[in-house]
Design a protein around this ligand. Structure first.
Ligand SMILES: [Zn+2]
Length: 269
């Protein structure tokens, strides 16, 4: 194939025109807009790219997923590419060589607004960084953390909200508390506290929140790994289980995976 320059990445024709045909500009455009455009993947649904062989001054005649286009670019263009080849196959290259180990690499890992990582176990940060590296290497969507540390107060407030929503004191609301951690004793105690400290609409008072918080802190500090910063949740983005599985097998930090219905939960012991 005689592509010397210019395949390009753009969301649509106007994006392309606005970039001109300078590869560096296009490269920069994508880097600058990476978050907005979303992680690249091969599905046409998220965003599409077209490529043009400018040399022949004609459309390539079809549109392609960004990754396919990039792979063509890589073979056709010497110089920097968006996806540099990085050896990632050996255990040593996973995370350990990363001099920012212990700090989340936010270029490679997204964090949902509101998710707290304050007090998170450093091992989970390193695992997340490894996941980010592997996702980037494979052109998979960037993993997104949806929940990290949930301190007891936050946890109790969320519980009280759901408890009210599900009928405050009914069997359904009690079942919710039970399912949350699978701890019958805890469910009954929290249910009792909420009942004793709620109004007719099911709003739990501040005193009730404090009491439930105190109960968890003193009696059930290990009810959830999130309470102690030993759990992380990830959005179910494409290939997330491949990514987690790869790090589990090739990384150097042991951890456990729980496949929840709407997120992937990992934890260290
Ligand atoms: Zn979780």
């Amino acid at each position: 194939m005689s592509l010397n320059k210019y395949s390009f990445i753009a969301k649509n024709w106007n994006d392309y025109i606005s970039q001109g045909d300078d590869y560096e500009k296009i490269h920069q455009f994508w880097l600058n807009n990476f978050n907005k455009l979303g992680a690249p993947n091969n599905s046409y649904s998220s965003w599409q790219s077209w490529y043009v062989d400018k040399k022949r001054n004609s459309w390539g005649g079809k549109h392609k997923g960004p990754v396919e286009v990039l792979n063509e670019m890589r073979s056709a263009i010497s110089g920097p590419t968006i996806f540099e080849d990085k050896p990632l196959s050996s255990v040593d290259s996973l995370g350990k060589s990363n001099d920012s180990a212990g700090r989340l690499n936010q270029k490679l890992i997204g964090v949902k607004p509101g998710a707290s990582l304050k007090g998170i176990d450093k091992r989970l940060v390193n695992i997340a960084n490894m996941m980010g590296q592997y996702a980037e290497k494979m052109n998979f969507p960037k993993p997104i953390i949806t929940s990290g540390v949930r301190n007891p107060k936050r946890q109790v407030i969320a519980m009280a909200r759901n408890w009210k929503k599900l009928g405050s004191g009914t069997e359904k609301s009690r079942q919710y508390l039970l399912n949350l951690y699978g701890d019958d004793d805890m469910a009954s105690n929290i249910d009792n506290i909420f009942r004793a400290h709620s109004d007719q609409k099911g709003n739990v008072s501040l005193a009730g929140i404090d009491k439930a918080e105190d109960y968890i802190k003193t009696k059930k500090p290990n009810a959830s790994p999130h309470l102690s910063g030993r759990g992380l949740d990830f959005r179910l983005t494409e290939n997330i289980y491949d990514i987690i599985g790869h790090v589990m097998q090739n990384g150097y930090i042991p951890f456990k995976l729980v496949k929840e219905s709407d997120h992937a939960h990992i934890q260290v012991s």
